[in-house]
Design a protein around this ligand. Sequence first.
Ligand SMILES: [Zn+2]
Length: 458
Amino acid sequence: MAWMVAAICTVVVSAQTRVTPPRNKYTPEQDVQIGREAAAEVRQEYPIIDDRQIDGYLDELGRRLIAAAPADLKHPAFEYSFTPVNLKEINAFALPGGPMFVNRGMFMAASAEGEVVGVMAHELAHVLLRHGTANATKAQGFQLGALAGAIAGAVIGGGWGEAISQGSQFGLGTWLLKYSRDYEKQADLLGAQIMARAGYDPRDLARMFETIQKQANGTPPQWLSSHPNPGNRSRYIAEEASTFEIGPRPDSNGFASTKRRFDTLPPAKSMADMGREGGGSSGGGGAPAPVGRIGEAVPAPSRQYRTARGGQLFRVNVPSNWIAVSSNNSVKFVPQNGYGESRGQTVLTHGVELGVARASSRDLRQATGTLVQAFLQGNPEMRIAGESQATRLSNRTAIGTPLVGRSAVGGTERVAVYTTFLADGNLFYYLTVVPEREADAYEVAFNRVGQSIRLNDR
Ligand SMILES: [Zn+2]
């Protein structure tokens, strides 16, 4: 009888699930190129932690996992990196070809080293199985050059990031790093195998998923929205774990000391904080927060300027006292008390907006006409105030259209809309708003902002 049991066990041991990478029309070198560009973008937008102890510890965990990964999936071109990010959200993500980012929030939510390692092993599995470009393979008709921007846009978040990805390719970026349930299961299984070989109990991975799920409180954390639970996650991970022996536990006591090290850093930011500071995004969903109160004094535009970036799509110089407000397809830069609630509506009384809109036509005049009509429909008291004029925007042919309306702070409001085509045929617009009586004080700022816009879509 004892012999039988042993025999059955042997069979079970050999029953480790074989995980095969999905079809992919890209080369591993292209994964690396896409990931490298997107990572550079992420590093510019995200609060990266530069701390030798934390960097070193994450790197140590990462290298241990790579050493335990199947040789046939480790493409020589891959460039692995493990970067800590000072963000509160429980999130981690890896880009094609190797760059991985781990939020402080993820680290702090983990109760043991194995749990952080579990998430990293899962992310590494997505890289090794090349799931990002496998997703792109399933999509039709986009160019390689658009991918990095699309991915960076998707990662940077639901706000301006979405517009960046849409600017380069509608709807693409938002799902490139959004994995199907099939891919999730693959990453769980391969991640569990790598963990075990590296000396960690794969059940820690399942435990971390449960922690993430519990933190949800009704709103699913960011990580879960791009890594959907295929169902029975904990069970099949435990089953997979029982099919192999766990390797010798690595000698490490860095977890507790690294956690303490995090406590010495400046407080973690949230995605929403990043949005308010500009260049980042609102971090997804919901109406952007008002900037002060409509009707209260609005400070004059600062004569100092700062550079803000819309991901890969553009950069612009704005008065240093203007605050960025991101929404799905646009970002506004507004002075204090220039954007907020007025009689139940959110209004912009002072400032600028830059955005991307679908073009109704390949003809700039027609496409602009449609966009302006859409603005007018949303603002019944607004009308066209004169002829459209040919102008330049980022060294491209553009059209400027003057409008007038009624300002929420009283009196006439002056609005101007400038439009030009993006390389992919979408419309980019730059819009200025100011009460007529203050127009002179804003003219210099509006011109300077407009002239500083640099589109970077080709
Ligand atoms: Zn995943």
